[in-house]
Design a protein around this ligand. Structure first.
Ligand SMILES: Cc1cc2nc3c(=O)[nH]c(=O)nc-3n(C[C@H](O)[C@H](O)[C@H](O)COP(=O)(O)O)c2cc1C
Length: 346
C-alpha cells in the first residue's frame, strides 16, 4: 500500500474497458496529480486463476489508483480483492453498472442491482479480505424502472448491511433489453437530481456523480451537490481537460503542465516501456494520446501521424517528437516559436 496521504475523491477518471489501462493512466497522471484514476473492469476470475501481473501491474507514481472488479461470487471477489491490495491499489471497486450481454450472462454488472443481498455479500466478503476501501459503481436503475425509491432502497440496504461508504452513481438507467453498451451510455436519460437526492438523504455516505460531464463549469456545479465527479469519455478524448483540475478543484498552486513538457515525458516513458522487454509496442501507448492536442492547430497531423501503421511499425518513440514538431509548426507565430508555452484556446 502507498504511504502517501491520499487526496479526496473529488475528481476521478471513470473505469473504461480497453481505454484506462496503465499507459493511459500514466499519461493522465502527468496531467493531474490528485485525480483518482480507475482501471478497466477486470473479471475476478481472471485475477484469481490468470496471470496476476498482466491484470494488476501498474506504473510507479500512478496512485491514487483504484481497480474495478467484475464478478458476483463473494469468495472469488474476496481473493481477487486481496491481490488488488497486495499490488498497491488504493481502492477496490465493484462494478454494478455494466450492461453488456456478456456480463449479464455471467450475472454481474448492472443486473446485480436487482440482487442487493448478493451485492452486500460480495462487498462484505471483499471488505473482510482487505484494508483498503471497497466501493461500488452502479446505475440509477435497471430497465424501465424509473422511480427514485428503488435506487434509495438499494443504497440504503447497502449502507445498513455493509461498510461500503463510497457510491459512484452513473446517473442513467441500464436498459438490459436490447441496447448495446454504447447506446446504454447515451440513450437512457440522465437524472442528476436522483444523485443529488441520494446525497441529501444519505449525507454520511460519499456520493460521486458520473455521466455526460464534460466541462469544468459543469464539474463545479455538481460539486455543490455531491462529494465528487467522475469523468469518462471527455477525459479520454480530450485529456488536457484535466490540466487545470488540480488548481481548480484541489487548491494546488502548481502551474498546469506545458504541452512540450508532457510530450517529452510521453517520449521518455515510451522508450522505457518499449525497452523493458514486456512486449509493449509504441501503438499500445500512443493510441491513448490521439486526443491530446484537441482544440489546437495541428491536432489533425498529430492524430494522423500517431495512428499511421507504417510510421508506428518502427516502434520508435521519436515519432511522438516528430508529431509534436508538426503541432509546433502549425502554431508558429510570425517567425517566433511560442509553442513551448502553448495554452489552450479560451
Ligand atoms: C469505452 C468504454 C468502456 C467502459 N468500460 C467500463 C468499465 O469497464 N466499467 C465501468 O464501470 N464502466 C465502464 N464504462 C462506463 C464509464 O465508466 C462511464 O460510466 C460512462 O462512460 C459515463 O461517463 P461519461 O459520460 O463521463 O463518459 C465504459 C465507458 C466507455 C466509453
Amino acid at each position: 500500500m502507498t504511504s502517501k496521504k491520499l487526496p479526496p475523491r473529488r475528481l476521478s477518471v471513470a473505469p473504461m474497458l480497453d481505454w484506462t489501462d496503465r499507459h493511459y493512466r500514466h499519461m493522465a497522471r502527468q496531467i493531474t496529480q490528485n485525480t483518482w484514476l480507475y482501471s478497466e473492469m477486470i473479471n475476478s476470475g481472471a485475477i484469481v486463476y490468470g496471470d496476476k501481473n498482466r491484470f494488476l501491474m501498474f506504473n510507479e507514481g500512478e496512485n491514487p489508483v483504484a481497480l474495478q472488479l467484475g464478478g458476483s461470487d463473494p469468495a472469488e471477489l474476496a481473493k481477487a480483492a486481496q491481490a488488488v491490495e497486495e499490488y498497491g491499489y488504493d481502492e477496490v471497486n465493484l462494478n454494478c453498472g455494466c450492461p453488456s450481454p456478456r456480463v449479464q450472462k455471467g450475472a454481474f454488472g448492472a443486473c446485480l442491482m436487482n440482487e442487493v443481498d448478493l451485492v452486500a455479500d460480495c462487498l462484505n466478503a471483499m471488505q473482510d479480505a482487505v484494508q483498503i476501501p471497497v466501493t461500488i459503481k452502479h446505475r440509477i436503475g435497471v430497465d424501465r424502472q424509473a422511480e427514485y425509491q428503488p435506487l434509495a432502497d438499494f443504497v440504503g440496504t447497502l449502507r445498513d448491511k455493509t461498510d461500503c461508504k463510497t457510491f459512484i452513481v452513473h446517473a442513467r438507467n441500464a436498459w438490459l433489453d436490447g441496447l448495446s453498451p454504447k447506446e446504454n451510455r447515451e440513450v437512457p436519460p440522465l437524472k442528476y437530481d436522483y444523485v443529488y437526492r441520494l446525497k441529501q438523504e444519505f449525507p454520511e455516505l460519499e456520493i460521486l456523480i458520473n455521466g455526460g460531464i464534460t466541462t469544468n463549469g459543469q464539474i463545479a456545479e455538481h460539486l455543490r451537490h455531491v462529494d465528487g465527479v467522475m469523468v469518462g469519455r471527455e477525459a479520454y478524448h480530450n485529456p488536457m481537460v484535466m490540466r487545470e483540475w488540480d488548481q481548480l478543484f484541489y487548491g494546488s498552486s502548481h502551474l498546469p503542465i506545458e504541452y512540450a513538457d508532457l510530450v517529452q515525458r510521453l517520449f521518455t516513458y515510451s522508450q522505457a516501456q518499449i525497452q523493458s522487454g514486456r512486449g509493449t509496442i509504441l501503438r499500445h501507448i500512443v493510441r491513448h494520446s490521439l486526443g491530446l492536442m484537441h482544440g489546437l492547430k495541428g491536432a489533425r497531423a498529430w492524430r494522423r501521424m500517431l495512428s499511421d501503421a507504417t510510421l508506428l511499425k518502427d516502434n520508435d518513440g521519436t515519432l511522438i517528437l516528430d508529431a509534436w514538431k508538426e503541432v509546433e509548426r502549425a502554431n508558429r507565430f510570425g517567425g517566433g516559436l511560442w509553442a513551448h508555452s502553448l495554452q489552450r484556446p479560451v
